[in-house]
Design a binder for this molecule. Sequence first.
Ligand code: AMP
Ligand code: MG
Length: 323
Amino acid sequence: MICLGIEGTAEKLGIGIVSDDGEILANVTKHQPLVTGIHPREAAQHHADNMRGVLESALKKAKLDLKDIDLVAFSQGPGLGPCLRVAAVSARTISLINDIPIIGVNHCIGHIEIGLLLTDANDPLTLYVSGGNTQVIAFDSGRYRVFGETLDIAIGNCIDQFARAVGIGSPGGPIVEKLAKNGNYIPLPYVVKGMDLSFSGIYTASVNAAKHHKIEDVCRSLQETAFAMLTEVTERALAHTEKREVMLAGGVAINKRLQKMLSAMAKEHGASFFVPPRDVLSDNGAMIAWVGLLRHKSGERQDIEDTAVKQRFRTDEVDVKWK
Ligand code: AMP
Ligand code: MG
C-alpha cells in the first residue's frame, strides 16, 4: 500500500510518498520565502500556487503515477487555518479523483512517529520543538500525553521573531546558532512554571538586550537560557515517566547546542538519546503519510465529512490505535 501525505500547517508545503513497509519513496518540501513573519493567507496562497508542482515532483521522484496512490493523508492540525484548508482540500480532491480513502493526521504525532520509524527509539520521551510548537510528550495509556508545553509562543517562534526584530535575518534558528558560538553569557529571564514554559519574556528581554550588548552575546544567552529551560522540563518528565529513551524532534532539534544539552541530560539518567535524520526534523509530507498508514493499517477510516481542519488539534486528543 502506498500513501501520499500532504503537510501544510504553516509556511512549508510538503508532499511525501511512503510505502506501508516504511520506505520513503519521496519527500518534497517547498518553503514560502519569508522576510517578515508568516501571514496565514499569503502562506496558504503559496501552498495553492505550488501544490501541483510539488505533487508532480514527488510523484516523479517516487517514479509513480497518481493512480498508484492507495491512500491520501493530510495534516489536519494544529496549524494556521488557511494553510490547513489548502492541504485538506487537495487531499479530498485526490481522494475523490482516485476513489481512495482519506485520513487526517495530527502534525505533532507525525514528528514523533517518523522519528520512531527512522531511529532505534521505541518508547521515548520526546521534546518536540519547532516554529509553532513546544511540547514534552510521552506515550501512556493509549495516547501521546503532553507532560509540559509552552504557555505562550513556541521556542522556534521566539528565536525567529528575535532575529527579525534585531535584523539578523530569517529564519532565525540557524543564524542565532552561528552567532552564539562567539558570544558570552549575560543573564536573561528564565521562566519555568511547573512543567510548562514561557518564552515571551525572554523574547522581549533579548530584543532589549541587543540595544546595548553585542549581538553574539545575546544570541548565546538566548540559546543557553531557553535551552536550559527546555532541558529542565524534559528532565523532570523523564524522572516522572521513567522512560529509558529521549528523542528530540521538530525544526529546532537541528540545533547542535540543544542536542548536546539534551544528550548530556539523558546520559546522566542512563537513557538513550535519539535525533531523527535532519531532513525529517522540519515539517515534511513523509511524516504525515507514515501516520496515515499507521492509522489506516490499524483499521481506522475517515469519512470525507470528518476531514474539517482543526487549528487547535491537540496531541493528546488522538486515540492511538496502532500501538
Ligand atoms: P518546523 O516548524 O518544525 O518546520 O521548524 C522550523 C523552525 O526550526 C524555525 O523556527 C527555525 O528557526 C528552526 N530552526 C531551524 N534550524 C535551526 C537551528 N539550527 N537552530 C535552532 N532552530 C532552528
Ligand atoms: Mg512541526
